[in-house]
Design a protein around this ligand. Structure first.
Ligand SMILES: Nc1nc2c(ncn2[C@@H]2O[C@H](COP(=O)(O)OP(=O)(O)O)[C@@H](O)[C@H]2O)c(=O)[nH]1
Ligand SMILES: [Mg+2]
Length: 254
C-alpha cells in the first residue's frame, strides 16, 4: 500500500531513489520492491561495484522487466561516496528534480522516504526551500537499533567532530539516508570529495559552506540482519584521514 501522498508527490516532481551496493544479493530484490511500493512513480537506481555475490546480475534481471529500475554498473572501482556521487549525476542526467539515497541493507526504511521528501518542502513561506533533508538518528524521535557499543561510540565521535570542529550545524552528519534537491549540486564544488564513507560528512561540509539549507528528519536506523558491513577497520582509517583533511581545510579557511 503506497505511503501517504505528500505535497512533493502532488507537485509531481521527478524523483530518483538510489542505493549503492556491494554484496547486497540477500536484500536488493526486496528493497527494490519496497521502494516501488512506497513511490510507484519514482525511478530506482542501483550503483553496483561488480559485487562478487551477483547483486548486479540480480538487478539486471529485474530491470529487464521493469523500465523504472536502472543499474549503474561500475567497473574496477570501489567506494560508497563515489558511488553515491555517480548516482546523483546519473539522476541529474535523467532530469530528475530530487534524488533520495539510502543503504541497500534495510537499515533505512523506504517507508520513511515520503517524510524526507515532504521535509524538503517544509520551509516557512518567506524562507528559501530546503535542499537537503537528512534522515537523522540524533534528533528527537530518531534512534539506532542493533549496533554494538563500539559503533555507537565511533558514530558519536564522527558526528560530534563534524558538528563542533568542522562547523556543520547538523546532529547526524554520517548517515546515508538523504533527499537532495539536485539543483543544489550546481552550487557545490565537489572536486576531491571523499570517495569512501566520509563522503557523507564532506558533502554536508561543502553544502553548508555554499549556503545550502538542510533539515533533519527523525528516522530509526536498524542494523542489518543480512549480509556484512563494509565499514571495516581500513575504511574507518580512511574516514578519519578524510575528516582530518577537512578539518585542516576548515582551519586554513579554504
Ligand atoms: N557501490 C558501492 N556500495 C558500497 C560500497 N561500500 C559500501 N556500499 C554500500 O553502502 C551501503 C552502506 O554500507 P554498509 O556495509 O551497510 O555500512 P554500515 O551500515 O555503515 O555498516 C550498503 O548499501 C553497501 O552495500 C562500495 O564500495 N561500493
Ligand atoms: Mg548498513
Amino acid at each position: 500500500m503506497p505511503a501517504e501522498i505528500g505535497p512533493v508527490h502532488q507537485a509531481s516532481l521527478k524523483i530518483v531513489v538510489q542505493t549503492a551496493t556491494f554484496n547486497e544479493a540477500a536484500s536488493i530484490a526486496s528493497l527494490l520492491t519496497s521502494i516501488g511500493d512506497v513511490l510507484p512513480s519514482a525511478r530506482i537506481l542501483v550503483i553496483d561495484d561488480e559485487s562478487p555475490d551477483g547483486t548486479g546480475t540480480i538487478v539486471t534481471g529485474i530491470a529487464a522487466t521493469n523500465p523504472q529500475i536502472h543499474l549503474l554498473q561500475r567497473h574496477g572501482q570501489r567506494g560508497l561516496g563515489s558511488a553515491i556521487l555517480d548516482g546523483l549525476h546519473y539522476a541529474r542526467d535523467l532530469k530528475a528534480d530530487i534524488s533520495v539515497y539510502l543503504d541497500a541493507d534495510f537499515s533505512h526504511d523506504p517507508a520513511d522516504i515520503p517524510r524526507l521528501l515532504d521535509a524538503l518542502q517544509s520551509a516557512a513561506p518567506n524562507d528559501a526551500p530546503y535542499d537537503i533533508a537528512i534522515g537523522s538518528r540524533r534528533v528527537p524521535g530518531g534512534r539506532t537499533l542493533g549496533w554494538p557499543p563500539t559503533r555507537h561510540l565511533a558514530s558519536w565521535l564522527v558526528c560530534s567532530f563534524t558538528r563542533w570542529i568542522l562547523g556543520v550545524p547538523v546532529k547526524d552528519a554520517s548517515g546515508g539516508f538523504r533527499a537532495i534537491r539536485l539543483t543544489c549540486l550546481d552550487n557545490l564544488d565537489l572536486t576531491g570529495i571523499a570517495e569512501g564513507y566520509a563522503f557523507q560528512e564532506d558533502f554536508l561540509w561543502r553544502a553548508h559552506r555554499a549556503g545550502v539549507r538542510m533539515i533533519e528528519v527523525p528516522i530509526t536506523f536498524t542494523n542489518r540482519t543480512e549480509g556484512n558491513s563494509k565499514a571495516d577497520f581500513a575504511e574507518m582509517l580512511r574516514s578519519v584521514a578524510a575528516l582530518l583533511r577537512i578539518a585542516w581545510k576548515t582551519w586554513l579557511g579554504h
